[in-house]
Design a binder for this molecule. Structure first.
Ligand code: ZN
Length: 390
């Protein structure tokens, strides 16, 4: 009971903060986590090359609103930080409704929810709002104010390492870049923090590494700066979307038959709950980077509701709030991760930890594969005009 209350109250503390892939929201989040675990904070400057990517300018925001002709703030960042297109550039303009509409985002079939939309690598501005509110807006002049900054700064991430008897590591990675949403991604942050806090009291064979990083760019940055440590990571899980009432879903590693796959499935089977298993796919969260062909680490992801709005309507909307969470689910998820780490500990040294390498599949003479000449993490599609902007 103590752990579930701790996780839930940490979530309540973190919920109001406006996070992004850079900026003070991440720093403030990590500072709050430091009350629970002595994690180290790292800053990587804007412009640093990390494989195919470059650390972007740092974004911070103080206020933003759209005001109608009567002087009423009809969309207000201070009501919900989801109202701002994340990474919006500063603005202070008068604008017609027709022009403004190009910068408004809503979900027609979920008229009561605010969507979460970002524009990290394509300078833009915009507001997200409930579709029912958009339908009520009049064709008149509006004032748009965005008090933000997009300047040289740094990308911030946190790391907490528990040294075990062995150099071999278990990696638990979670991301810290989403604004006010709970399942994606505060549930991952609070379960990882609780695991780190309680596991540091044990003497373990494996070393444990906990990463609190901005999704995608943070993972790529960590890997680029820590490439030498990658060989020590024997098993890993990306911890996200784990606090709702849905059943467990395990996304397997890229190889599909790694020790972590067998271990997670064994723990779920033993627990007598229903669960789904899905194969690896090359989108999703930071398993994309850790399992990219240049590293090919066995990283799975034990989740609950799948982060896809066609399956989970709350995903990336204001519906992913504290009411969507369940303390019992958080507790149950914590216990599953705890048992998985315990099982890996029990089997330490018993297995050959290197699973089959899917890159070395035997092929017949008639099949040819293109070789990825840039296999470390994913390429930045935007700079090749391969990323769809709105
Ligand atoms: Zn997300």
């Amino acid at each position: 009971d103590e752990i579930k209350d701790e996780m839930y109250s940490l979530m309540e503390n973190l919920f109001p903060i406006c996070r992004s892939i850079t900026g003070n929201g991440v720093r403030e989040t990590l500072k709050i986590l430091q009350n629970s675990i002595p994690l180290s904070k790292f800053e990587v400057p804007t412009g640093t090359k990390v494989f195919d990517w470059t650390i972007p300018k740092e974004w911070n925001i103080r206020d933003a609103y759209v005001m109608d002709s009567s002087g009423k703030k009809i969309i207000n960042f201070k009501d919900s930080n989801l109202h701002i297109l994340n990474y919006s550039i500063p603005k202070d303009i008068e604008i017609t409704f027709n022009e403004l509409k190009k910068h408004l985002f809503s979900i027609p079939d979920q008229p009561n929810e605010i969507p979460y939309v970002t524009s990290y690598y394509n300078e833009n501005w915009g507001f997200c709002l409930e579709h029912k509110k958009l339908l009520n807006m009049k064709d008149e002049m509006y004032r748009v104010v965005i008090d933000s900054t997009l300047e040289n700064g740094s990308l911030t991430y946190g790391e907490f390492f528990i040294e075990g008897e062995s150099k071999d590591e278990i990696l638990i990675s979670t991301y810290v870049c989403h604004p006010s949403m709970c399942n994606d991604n505060l549930s991952g942050i609070v379960v990882a923090t609780a695991l780190a806090k309680y596991l540091k009291k044990f003497k373990l064979k494996y070393s444990l590494r906990f990463l609190f990083i901005p999704e995608t760019i943070g993972a790529i940055t960590w890997i680029c700066k820590n490439e030498k440590k990658m060989k020590n990571i024997k098993h890993g899980l990306v911890l996200t979307c784990i606090g709702d009432r849905g059943k467990f879903v395990y996304k397997k590693t890229r190889m599909g038959n790694a020790e972590i796959d067998n271990t997670v499935i064994k723990i779920l089977e033993k627990s007598n709950t229903s669960f789904d298993i899905i194969d690896f796919y090359p989108w999703g969260s930071d398993e994309r980077q850790f399992s990219s062909p240049g590293f090919n680490l066995p990283i799975g992801s034990l989740m609950r509701s799948i982060p896809n709005r066609e399956i989970t309507k709350e995903y990336h909307t204001s519906g992913d709030n504290l009411d969507f969470m369940s303390k019992e689910s958080l507790q149950d998820s914590f216990e599953k991760y705890f048992l998985i780490i315990g099982e890996l500990e029990k089997n330490f040294g018993k297995h050959d930890t290197m699973p089959n390498n899917p890159n070395k599949k035997s092929t017949n003479n008639h099949t040819h594969y293109y070789l990825n000449t840039n296999p470390k993490c994913e390429p930045q599609l935007g700079k090749y005009q391969l990323y769809e902007h709105f």
